[in-house]
Design a protein around this ligand. Structure first.
Ligand SMILES: NC(=O)C1=CN([C@@H]2O[C@H](COP(=O)(O)OP(=O)(O)OC[C@H]3O[C@@H](n4cnc5c(N)ncnc54)[C@H](OP(=O)(O)O)[C@@H]3O)[C@@H](O)[C@H]2O)C=CC1
Ligand SMILES: O=C(O)C1=N[C@H](C(=O)O)C[C@H](O)C1
Length: 259
């Protein structure tokens, strides 16, 4: 039986992860971490009475889990994952907001500890495919902008998926000129800028997670779009990560690299 700690267990994604692990044979939730989680309220979050509830990293006991699933907040994820690796728990990380430097540091640490794990900006198959297709299209259509649309409770912008998409496009697209005469009469009107790739973030109630990549060419355009209508859709990727984690010898970035 593999022991799992869920960080962010009371959150929207953490609750999906709790239900997933509770439904899987061979895995058991032994611990959960969230600032407002207590022994008294943990059954409301579908956690068995045998689970250790923790409110902060400093309370977590050694060897309480083998695997650390993280759906917390951008400002917590780096210290969480560092803690997990240092305490020999294999991280499966969906939380966004890690910088490239932080990711590189965590990969190095995982190698030193000979510990596998996965960081995935998006665990949904439609988003993984969108990123792949967008990277392919960018070789032929260097003029590209990204629109990501999320629920109004999302704390970070742009989304991790949009940023990952821009990085993948940036790796392959030919050198590209931006319009030097462009001005903004309203600050931010042209969106965020990642190496010349504009990213626009929409936040609205009713939405879950959606992304469009728009390519423009001479007299033609290509739009690639994905929609996550239900957070359950992310759980297929988390399940794959749980099944494959023991085959990994270091922290891998991107679900596509273990599929
Ligand atoms: N990779 C993917 O496929 C996906 C990634 N995400 C990402 O997952 C993350 C979580 O999203 P979501 O579930 O919607 O967010 P929520 O705000 O619903 O949940 C966040 C959870 O983290 C807890 N938390 C807050 N601070 C800490 C801390 N310091 N240590 C541990 N837990 C903490 C919160 O507890 P409390 O409420 O008590 O403060 C809550 O349980 C985001 O970064 C989001 O972008 C989301 C969807 C898919
Ligand atoms: O906060 C969310 O909801 C999501 N976050 C991830 C991101 O920032 O890309 C993945 C997905 O878009 C949902």
């Amino acid at each position: 039986m593999k022991k799992v700690l869920i960080a962010g267990a009371t959150g929207a994604m953490g609750q999906k992860a709790v239900d997933l692990v509770n439904s899987l044979e061979g895995f058991e939730i032994t611990a959960a971490l969230a600032p407002h989680l207590t022994r008294e309220n943990m059954t409301e979050y579908h956690l068995a009475s045998s689970v250790h509830p923790y409110q902060s990293l400093s309370e977590i006991e050694d060897r309480v889990a083998d695997i650390w699933i993280d759906f917390t907040l951008p400002n917590a994820v780096y210290s969480n994952v560092k803690f997990a690796i240092e305490h020999e728990m294999k991280p499966i990380v969906g939380t966004t907001g890690l910088t490239d430097e932080q990711q590189a540091e965590l990969v190095t640490l995982s190698k030193e500890k000979h510990l596998g794990g996965l960081i995935a900006a998006n665990f949904g198959m439609s988003a993984v495919l969108l990123m792949k297709f967008a990277q392919e299209a960018a070789k032929y259509f260097p003029d590209v902008e990204i629109i990501e649309m999320h629920h109004g409770d999302k704390k970070d912008a742009p989304s991790g998926t949009a940023l990952s998409t821009a990085k993948l496009i940036d790796q392959v697209r030919p050198v590209h000129e931006t319009n030097p005469t462009e001005t903004e009469s309203l600050s931010g009107a042209r969106g965020g800028d990642y190496h010349g790739i504009k990213i626009h973030a929409v936040r609205l109630p009713g939405y879950i997670a959606h992304e469009q990549v728009l390519f423009g060419g001479d007299g033609e355009a290509l739009t690639i779009r994905q929609d996550s209508f239900d957070r359950q859709s992310f759980m297929n990727g988390v399940k794959v990560a749980l099944e494959k984690i023991d085959d990994l010898s270091e922290l891998v970035i991107g679900l596509e690299n273990i599929l």
